[in-house]
Design a protein around this ligand. Sequence first.
Ligand code: COA
Length: 170
Amino acid sequence: MEIADVRIKVKWLNDEQVRKTLGFSDYPVSLLATEAWLKKVAGDSKRKDFMLCLQENDEPIGFCGIKNIDLVNLKAESYLGIGNIDYWGKGIGLETKKVLLDYSFNFLNLNKVYSYHQADNEAMIKINLKLGAQREGLLREEIRLEGEMKDMVLMSVLRKDYFDKNTTNS
Ligand SMILES: CC(C)(COP(=O)(O)OP(=O)(O)OC[C@H]1O[C@@H](n2cnc3c(N)ncnc32)[C@H](O)[C@@H]1OP(=O)(O)O)[C@@H](O)C(=O)NCCC(=O)NCCS
């Protein structure tokens, strides 16, 4: 992710439909604060923040990444969001999470990738289960979203389960 990507990411983070399941309670998000955030995290080796772009024309449609990379315990947290809602329901979420897991297990050699999702985010829960994740627990009333307390689920994929479930070699 580069400074030039901040404007569109801010637009997505403030979009009512995208925010509904994003699990991100800070609202509204400003351009200035997001630029400052990117400048701060850009040199942080414990995270990798990417834009999600269409292969055919490089158009940005979302964002994703790995954060809290822990090379002692071999784990990290993944996140993703498709900001352009025209691209929801086309399998891109599943494909993106798979790329993040491939990167984490094959390139970073991690053992575990975990992620937090709103308990009502059925798509993300399905994506995780398809890729070999298990639900680790329910975080009750973890975030406040538009005045409503929301439960979150913590899910994780272990390296061995991922390679058992998917065809890529470890
Ligand atoms: C959640 C999100 C990443 C899903 O990506 P997507 O590309 O739309 O999902 P996919 O097309 O890969 O679908 C994955 C599965 O979820 C299902 N699904 C998709 N949208 C769904 C919905 N709204 N409700 C229930 N299931 C849904 C699909 O049918 C598919 O299951 P199937 O293969 O059994 O049919 C995307 O909708 C998004 O970015 N939403 C806003 C931000 C967000 O919630 N990010 C995740 C924060 S943790």
